[in-house]
Ligand binder design. Structure first.
Ligand SMILES: [Ca+2]
Ligand SMILES: [Ca+2]
Ligand SMILES: [Ca+2]
Length: 173
């Protein structure tokens, strides 16, 4: 995983941009996504997402001080940590967005989910179109998670657009 990709993801997670990802900031993602998707905050899928995010934070925060700095994140992020804790957490957000629980999201739900996770809506739409290779207007859970993992581990993926990589490339940064 490139440092540029890690920087982009860290910047998305660090909502107030102060360079420190706090426990509260990280856990707030769950409620933000749940609210955006119109989910009751006590719904079992939201409760499950909270524990999955607690597990990621505990895993990331190597020195256990309740704060994750970019350097801490940089050393942590990669294939092993993705499989160990990110996959369940990202899957849990997918489940919040998957209102009819059929394991698939349509374009509107996908864009709402990614926007709640702080992607630009246009970038999220572009990522959906890339991932929807069957062009049936639906993306299943495995495709979604594989797309994110490709980006996290290799920096190259249909999901790159949703992390602003496409706009960064256009701007030459
Ligand atoms: Ca912060
Ligand atoms: Ca720490
Ligand atoms: Ca669905």
């Amino acid at each position: 995983m490139s440092d540029a990709a890690k920087r982009r993801i860290f910047a998305m997670l660090d909502a107030d941009g102060d360079g420190v990802l706090t426990h509260a900031e990280y856990l707030a993602r769950v409620d933000e996504v749940a609210s955006a998707m119109g989910r009751d905050l006590c719904h079992p899928v939201v409760v499950a997402a909270r524990s999955a995010h607690e597990a990621v934070f505990a895993d990331m925060d190597a020195d256990r001080d309740g704060r994750v700095l970019f350097e801490e994140y940089r050393l942590w992020a990669g294939h092993a940590s993705f499989e160990r804790s990110c996959r369940p957490a990202l899957g849990s957000l997918f489940d919040i967005a998957d209102a009819d629980a059929d394991g698939r999201l349509n374009r509107a739900d996908f864009v709402r989910l990614r926007t709640a996770a702080r992607n630009a809506a246009a970038d999220a739409g572009a990522a959906f179109d890339e991932l929807d290779t069957g062009q049936d207007g639906l993306i299943d859970r495995d495709t979604y998670l594989a797309g994110i993992k490709d980006f996290v581990v290799t920096g190259v993926s249909a999901m790159a657009a949703s992390y602003g990589a496409a706009s960064a490339a256009r701007e030459g940064v």
